[in-house]
Ligand binder design. Structure first.
Ligand SMILES: Cc1cc2nc3c(=O)[nH]c(=O)nc-3n(C[C@H](O)[C@H](O)[C@H](O)COP(=O)(O)O)c2cc1C
Length: 214
């Protein structure tokens, strides 16, 4: 497996209400960019540091190798949202996931899901979580798309909208893309995504707002 990041300080456990310490809880989501083939790697990186729950859109499942995801990472899909609800009083998965998570990371973020988030649409598990998200908690997105999609005027409009929500952008990088062209739009490296989130978390820990290192 690829290296997740440069060595970082301390473990970064979170201070919970009881005063006890536990690992950070990361909701790691994937949408239907070809970069979702890296989702298993990302899951491995994050699960070495944090408790991880996965969320996958229907399209992302075309690219994700579920057998390569760590055994302790549950991957929820739209089917789980509906299978877990039959009657009033049953749990509503997207609300439970919102409450459970300390941080959400969407990697990759497709052009479609970016547009839906920007417009407040919520027609699947991933976008329902985002629509119900408490923005006092960090949400990171790592877009990945063809250069033509990335440079399309809609992208800038949608990025401005998600920026206004307080969503943190992990920008794409120029690369030879799956379609064969060279240009911007490739998802940031796994190590960059992991380090960005973890450093953010550890900085918050140092500020002692609601996080504390081991
Ligand atoms: C082979 C293939 C590769 C694709 N790659 C991308 C991609 O890299 N980025 C992207 O935004 N959309 C890509 N798409 C289109 C999305 O899969 C499509 O817009 C889908 O509806 C996204 O759904 P989701 O946002 O719910 O995951 C690709 C489609 C196909 C068939």
């Amino acid at each position: 497996m690829m290296a997740c990041s440069e060595p970082l300080d301390s473990g970064g456990s979170i201070l919970v209400n009881s005063g006890g310490l536990r690992k950070p809880r990361i909701l790691l989501a994937a949408s239907g960019s070809v970069a979702a083939i890296k989702f298993a790697n990302l899951s491995h990186c994050f699960s070495e540091w944090a408790e991880v729950i996965g969320v996958a859109t229907r399209a992302s499942l075309r690219f994700i190798d579920r057998t390569a995801i760590p055994k302790d990472v549950i991957l929820y899909t739209d089917d789980d949202e509906w299978h877990s609800w039959n009657k009033l009083g049953d749990r509503v998965l997207h609300i439970e996931l919102c409450r459970w998570a300390d941080i959400m990371v969407i990697a990759p973020l497709s052009a479609n899901t970016l547009g839906k988030i920007a417009g407040g649409l919520c027609d699947n598990l991933l976008t329902c979580v985002v629509r119900a998200w408490d923005y006092s908690k960090p949400l990171f997105v790592a877009p990945a798309m063809n250069t033509l999609m990335w440079t399309n005027p809609f992208t800038e409009r949608h990025l401005m909208a998600v920026d206004e929500l307080g969503i943190n952008l992990i920008p794409p990088v120029p690369k030879r893309l799956a379609c064969g062209t060279y240009g911007n739009g490739a998802m940031a490296e796994t190590s960059t995504i992991f380090s960005t989130v973890r450093l953010f978390f550890e900085k918050k820990s140092e500020q002692g707002v609601y996080y504390r290192n081991k």
